[in-house]
Design a protein around this ligand. Structure first.
Ligand SMILES: NC(=O)c1ccc[n+]([C@@H]2O[C@H](COP(=O)([O-])OP(=O)(O)OC[C@H]3O[C@@H](n4cnc5c(N)ncnc54)[C@H](O)[C@@H]3O)[C@@H](O)[C@H]2O)c1
Ligand SMILES: O=C(O)C[C@H](O)C(=O)O
Length: 333
């Protein structure tokens, strides 16, 4: 029996993500929570003839605690999205408080669940959840993830198009490490599999497109929000990987996830020999298992260009993480 919870389930990501999770036969119960409209979304999705029992909750009558009760996996796309001209960090003022308060309830009700954070700025919201869980004495770094899968999905799409093989996009694997915002997103195109023959100028164009893919969608939506459908796909893909691994299935390839590097001390040692010691969270290739992070996998060889990208990423990430940590330190919990 697996219970999945979506928090922010009535939103642009929450609705299609809930739909995709309802299609999963790995899930037996799907609890949808939002500050608005979650019972309506739940009623709608519950008519789909797949096994998961669907329930919907609002804040009244302690709805969040009811949704979280017995949760195995919690996916969080709650919070405001960007509008043109905004950075993800501009969302901090609103989303930091939302995520902190959700984390407090998770710590109380379902501290052993896998927690997948989608709410931006991911570079800071994941440290916020970690700090709350630490303060409550229930932090398990193997079970907390920032979802950076959309960067990996975009990389496969853009690179397969550039290689003239869009029909093969599913089989293009490109590690994307670092964080989830602009220059903190570091695509390792030199490790593209199958390998591609493109010149340095194309590598730089592709890198820039992957780093700023989110802005492309924000611009196209012209004030109506940011990526929702591709994010729902990516979120469902990562949640499925976590659930399959929890059920004992070995994966054919590693997923990337933004984790606290203490999730695997031995793996982290190898990673910090490449990225340095100045960042505690990083999106890395993961081997997932029954308890979440089984291993942090090596980053492989980086080209000189990628080493330059990495340097910039690490500089920015430190500030993003520190901001999240300071926010919880100054909060009364
Ligand atoms: N990690 C990623 O790759 C990625 C990709 C896309 C978007 N995002 C982020 O995901 C978040 C959601 O984006 P969206 O487009 O779905 O926004 P949205 O506004 O369409 O939906 C957000 C939902 O969260 C709900 N919500 C707000 N406060 C809440 C609370 N305290 N508890 C529960 N629910 C609450 C809202 O009612 C709304 O239904 C944004 O922060 C966005 O930047 C992240
Ligand atoms: O760009 C955004 O603000 C949303 C998301 O982080 C994305 O990468 O699409």
């Amino acid at each position: 029996m697996v219970k999945a919870v979506v928090i922010g389930a009535a939103g642009g990501i929450g609705q299609p993500l809930s739909l995709l999770l309802k299609q999963s036969t790995l899930i037996s119960e799907l609890a949808l929570y939002d500050v608005v409209n979650a019972p309506g979304v739940a009623a709608d999705i519950s008519h789909i003839n797949t096994p998961a029992k669907v329930t919907g909750y609002l804040p009244k009558e302690d709805g969040l605690a009811k949704a979280l009760q017995g949760a195995d996996i919690i996916v969080i796309p709650a919070g405001v999205p960007r509008k043109p001209g905004m950075t993800r960090d501009d969302l901090f003022n609103i989303n930091a408080g939302i995520v902190r308060d959700l984390a407090v309830k998770i710590a109380e009700v379902s501290p052993k669940a896998f927690i997948l954070v989608i709410s931006n700025p991911v570079n800071s919201t994941v440290p916020i959840v970690a700090e709350v869980l630490k303060k409550k004495g229930v932090f398990d770094p193997k079970r907390l993830f920032g979802v950076t899968t959309l960067d990996v999905v975009r990389a496969s799409t853009f690179v397969s198009e550039a290689a003239g093989k869009p029909e093969d996009s599913l089989s293009f694997r490109i590690p994307v490490i670092g964080g989830h915002s602009g220059v903190t997103i570091v695509p390792l195109l030199s490790q593209t599999s199958p390998s591609i023959a493109v010149d340095q100028q194309k590598i730089e164009e592709l890198t820039n497109r992957i780093q700023f893919g989110g802005d492309e969608v924000v611009k196209a939506k012209d004030g109506a929000g940011s990526a929702t459908l591709s994010m729902a796909y990516a979120g469902a893909r990562f949640a499925t990987a976590v659930l399959e691994a929890a059920a004992g299935k070995k994966s054919d390839f590693p997923e990337m996830g933004y984790v606290h590097l203490s999730a695997d001390e031995a793996g982290a040692k190898e990673v910090t020999s490449v990225i340095g010691n100045s960042t505690s969270f990083f999106s890395v290739p993961l081997e997932l298992g029954p308890n979440g992070v089984e291993k942090i996998l090596p980053l492989g060889k980086l080209s000189e260009y990628e080493q330059g990208l990495l340097k910039k990423a690490v500089e920015d990430l430190g500030g993003n993480i520190g901001k999240g940590v300071a926010f919880v330190e100054s909060s009364k919990l």
